[in-house]
Design a binder for this molecule. Structure first.
Ligand code: NAP
Length: 347
């Protein structure tokens, strides 16, 4: 090696060392000046983790408090808490029928309102014979709008209405595009899913307020949680009911009235019979009887609940989904239900 080569090697080595030194120096400097940012990020992370842990513990506690503890302790005396009579709308099948029976099993007299007189008479007799309570029936079609309410009002007159269950509700024949609904169907949805609850509450609430006690249950749906494509008008009507119930609770809770927004997920009833998957009962799709048994125990305890513990787990997960993800999932599910329902039909 010549002398000049050796000199070059030494200077390149010195240069490398200086570069390494300055790099680590640079890192140290960056680290020092970023220290406060790193600490801030760590603090945000810790707060987020604490919030997530708190939410998880709180949700678990709510689940147990709502769905398990009431089933272990003595049944609440609904007559003493709210009054002698309950009104259940849309009650000859599904959730309404089972809910009415659950209330009757707790010695509440029942007023049944639906369209079909024969079915009403059979159910009224069955409830009276089985549970030894008084029953009354009112034949009314809520899709007719304002004309039916005077008759309902006179049928209810003189009875101490303690509980109103606004259960009546209709869905499309199957999930579908909004423009495929007929004008009549849209009016029916508005009159039955929205109009009926408003008018029934308007009818019974003043006397409840006078007595300073009463409970109103408005049956909404999981589709109220977020915008749900292919159920557009239905989900919007259920979101209306959910908001209506929550606002009504704030307005009337100070006067002793309990208002509950009941938010079921899928339940095996006539309403879901468009799908074979939803007709088969399973742990996520309970029967109306099982659902009502759970839901009634939440009366007076939770003002916004699914009413059924497995639905509550679904609800807790659903509420953290971003809207786009919910809408994407809902569209895929509803479209497959739509295709299932339409392919079953003869063309
Ligand atoms: N099933 C589910 O998966 C599910 C999920 C979420 C929310 N919900 C809600 O739960 C409620 C009950 O649903 P469901 O599944 O039990 O329904 P369902 O089995 O179809 O029962 C509907 C009841 O309403 C009555 N009804 C229907 N149209 C009426 C009208 N125009 N006037 C008066 N009564 C009428 C029917 O009796 P008549 O034919 O004798 O009149 C029947 O008793 C609805 O509000 C629904 O939106 C259901």
């Amino acid at each position: 090696m010549s002398l000049s080569d050796a000199g070059e090697a030494v200077s390149s080595c010195l240069f490398d060392m200086a570069a390494v030194d300055s790099f680590s120096l640079l890192l140290r400097e960056i680290g020092r000046s970023c220290n406060c940012y790193i600490e801030t990020l760590a603090l945000i992370g810790a707060l987020y983790t604490a919030k997530t842990c708190f939410t998880f513990v709180n949700d678990t506690y709510t689940l147990i408090r709502l769905h398990f503890i009431p089933r272990l302790v003595r049944r609440a005396d609904l007559v003493k808490l709210y009054g002698k009579w309950a009104v259940v709308t849309g009650c000859t099948s599904g959730i309404g029928k089972s809910y009415a029976k659950e209330l009757a099993s707790r010695k509440v007299n029942i007023i049944l309102i639906s369209r079909n007189k024969e079915k009403l008479e059979v159910l009224a007799k069955e409830i009276a014979d089985t549970y030894k309570v008084e029953t009354a029936i009112v034949v009314a079609d809520f899709s007719k709008g304002s004309e039916i309410y005077p008759a309902i009002k006179s049928a209810l007159a003189g009875k101490e209405i303690g509980i109103l269950v606004n259960n009546v509700g209709l869905f499309y024949t199957h999930p579908d595009y909004f423009t495929n609904l007929t004008e009549d169907k849209i009016w029916e949805l508005i009159n039955v899913n929205i109009g009926a609850a408003n008018m029934m509450v308007h009818m019974v609430l003043p006397e409840m307020v006078q007595r300073k006690k009463g409970a109103i249950v408005n049956v909404s749906s999981m589709s109220c949680c977020q915008p749900t494509p292919l159920m557009t008008a239905y989900s919007a009507s259920k979101a209306y009911l959910d908001h209506f119930s929550r606002a009504l609770h704030y307005e009337y809770a100070p006067q002793g009235i309990f208002v509950q927004s009941l938010i079921p997920f899928f339940i095996s009833t006539n309403l879901t019979k468009f799908s074979e998957q939803l007709t088969k009962k399973n742990f996520l799709v309970p029967s109306a009887e099982e659902y009502a048994r759970h839901a009634v125990t939440t009366l007076g305890i939770s003002r916004r609940t699914t009413g059924y513990w497995l639905h509550t787990i679904q609800f807790l997960m659903a509420q953290y989904l971003p809207e786009w993800l919910w809408a994407w999932g809902a569209y895929r599910l509803n479209n497959s239900l739509r295709l299932e329902a339409t392919s079953q039909r003869p063309h």
